[in-house]
Design a protein around this ligand. Structure first.
Ligand SMILES: Nc1ncnc2c1ncn2[C@@H]1O[C@H](COP(=O)(O)OP(=O)(O)OP(=O)(O)O)[C@@H](O)[C@H]1O
Ligand SMILES: [Mg+2]
Length: 224
């Protein structure tokens, strides 16, 4: 089996779409035929409901999707390396605070992607995040913009591009009301659209395509 990629999604800021991104990246990565383990590191276990993981005592739980499995950080630490090495990708959904445990997880992963919204204070905050990542001997995979709204954010996007240079990923995740709807239904966005029979050529699909392109960027970086 090929080398397992361990990826953390982190930002010390709350509500920037860490969990949403883990869920929809897991979905897009498994579509490419890869086996994905999602590790809930937040005590809220937000990912759990999206994958309708079966409850049980086993450390690795099946989900509604064949190639996506679920666990928590506490359980993960008890799992034999032999078991985790079977996955192509392990995605860690982190809480919004640099606790000792979060430091330990970031160090364990070695690669961190940072979702951020566009805002005046965000750039300064991102600097702190990148310093912390380096302190844990981990690498910043990239920063990506979430909940982008063209009419409000176009200028700020240029400011971010200039400030972050190559750390800013190409993909920008648009704002979409369907995200909340899909979460209410407990589904990643694409299977939610499929269930709702949303036409593929409609505007709504932009967000599915964006997560697919973000997943492709990540996979490309990790497997280069
Ligand atoms: N692209 C998007 N468009 C619109 N709403 C979004 C988008 N992405 C996420 N949201 C909404 O933003 C809120 C925060 O998202 P999410 O829970 O993924 O953030 P988080 O960073 O994991 O938060 P926390 O720091 O609390 O763990 C949720 O209500 C979610 O539905
Ligand atoms: Mg979260």
């Amino acid at each position: 089996m090929e080398h397992t990629r361990k990826i953390a999604l982190y930002n010390h800021k709350g509500g920037v779409a860490k969990t949403t991104s883990v869920i929809n990246l897991a979905w897009s990565i498994q579509k490419a035929g890869k086996n994905v383990l999602v590790v809930d590191c937040d005590t809220q276990e937000n990912c759990f409901m999206f994958f309708m993981a079966a409850s049980g005592q086993e450390p690795i739980l099946p989900t509604a999707y064949e190639r996506i499995k679920h666990t928590t950080w506490t359980r993960y630490m008890e799992i034999d390396r032999y078991e985790t090495d079977k996955f192509d990708y392990i995605l860690f959904d982190l809480p919004p605070a640099m606790t000792e445990e979060v430091k330990q997880i970031i160090h364990h992963c070695g690669i961190v992607y940072v979702p951020t919204m566009l805002g005046e204070f965000e750039i300064a905050g991102l600097e702190q995040v990148t310093v912390e990542i380096a302190r844990q001997n981990a690498r910043l995979g990239g920063v990506f913009i979430t909940m982008y709204q063209k009419q409000n954010d176009e200028e700020l996007l240029e400011t971010f591009r200039t400030a972050l240079h190559s750390s800013l990923m190409e993909t920008v995740i648009p704002f979409s009301r369907t995200v909340r709807e899909s979460q209410k239904a407990g589904l990643p966005i694409e299977p939610y659209f499929a269930e709702k029979k949303v036409p593929r050529n409609g505007n709504s699909w932009k967000i599915v395509n964006a997560y697919e392109s973000l997943a492709a960027e990540i996979v490309h970086q990790c497997e280069a």
